[in-house]
Write a protein that binds this ligand. Structure first.
Ligand code: IPE
Ligand code: IPE
Ligand code: MG
Length: 269
């Protein structure tokens, strides 16, 4: 059993501040190009935005922040850019993890670590262990992450521990093996840089997230931009399959979310 309700099996709790924000940090290259700088200058500037957005999420009481830093497809980029990104990741791990810990932030990585340098892998493991008990914000960096990889690795893990599930399994069986099994599904998904696509990010977990796209390039995204996204989120009506009338009746009666019967599933039908 996962600790968090699945959006297709239950109605997750909904509040004014998104509990989990997931971001595709896009537009670094274009930001640099606009300034006649090499693409990598945009990546360097992007790290500063990461710091600012982590701080802003802590201040706003967001509990989970998940950032897409490197996709399983980004290996297709020029070798020099990939090497630069790896160096940047290594340096960030060396320099930032202690600061995250001082600030009470739990640090996690999701993605296929098998392609990373052993030095990076060991820094990740040490960082995760050091910050494991922190509860202020869970910061997840998706590195060499792909949504399809995540689903496949979950199936493999599940079958390794439960070979009997080959005969059939539920969403819940699988969800406990997904990379983000320690957190709720994202409430708010943000993509900067103008593109309106998922690019193989959290395919499973974004099932009922609210999507927010902005043309702002990642190096220019700041706390005020985050507030605009949260404001937009607050104006949404999250229906999870129900009708608007059902939601209005519930709020008129001031009923809690769990007063609505759970969705009928194969298990409880
Ligand atoms: C996002 O910025 C960072 C990574 C994918 C690592 P991009 O590098 O994709 O920037 P654009 O999209 O080319 O502007
Ligand atoms: C998605 O950005 C991955 C990250 C932000 C790490 P890309 O810029 O690589 O996405 P596509 O390939 O343009 O969709
Ligand atoms: Mg891009």
């Amino acid at each position: 059993m996962t600790l968090f309700p699945s959006s297709t099996q239950d109605i997750p709790p909904v509040g004014g501040v998104p509990r989990h924000i997931a971001i595709i940090m896009d537009g670094n290259g274009r930001w640099a190009k606009k300034r006649f700088m090499p693409r990598v200058a945009g990546h360097r500037r992007g790290v500063e935005t990461v710091r600012e957005i982590i701080g802003a999420c802590v201040e706003r009481g967001v509990a989970y922040l998940t950032l897409f830093a490197f996709s399983s497809e980004n290996w297709r980029r020029p070798k020099e850019e990939v090497n630069f990104l790896m160096q940047l990741f290594l340096r960030a791990l060396e320099e930032e993890v202690a600061k995250l810990h001082e600030n009470g932030i739990r640090f996690r990585i999701i993605g296929d670590l098998s392609r990373f340098d052993p030095q990076i892998v060991s820094l990740i493991q040490r960082g995760e262990a050091l910050t494991a008990a922190n509860a202020r914000l869970t910061l997840t960096i998706a590195a060499n992450y792909g949504g399809r990889w995540d689903i496949l690795q979950a199936i493999e893990k599940m079958l390794a521990v439960r070979p009997d599930k080959r005969a059939g399994f539920t969403e819940q069986d699988l969800a406990t093996h997904l990379a983000l099994d320690y957190g709720p599904e994202p409430d708010l998904f943000i993509r900067t840089g103008g593109e309106q696509r998922i690019s193989n990010f959290l395919l499973w977990q974004l099932a009922y997230s609210e999507f927010y796209f902005t043309d702002t390039l990642w190096p220019e995204f700041d706390a005020a931009s985050l507030d605009l996204a949260i404001e937009s989120y607050r104006r949404r009506e999250r229906r999870f399959g129900r009708t608007s009338e059902q939601l209005q009746a519930r709020s008129a009666l001031a009923l809690p979310e769990d007063a609505i019967p759970p969705v009928a599933t194969r298990e409880n039908a």
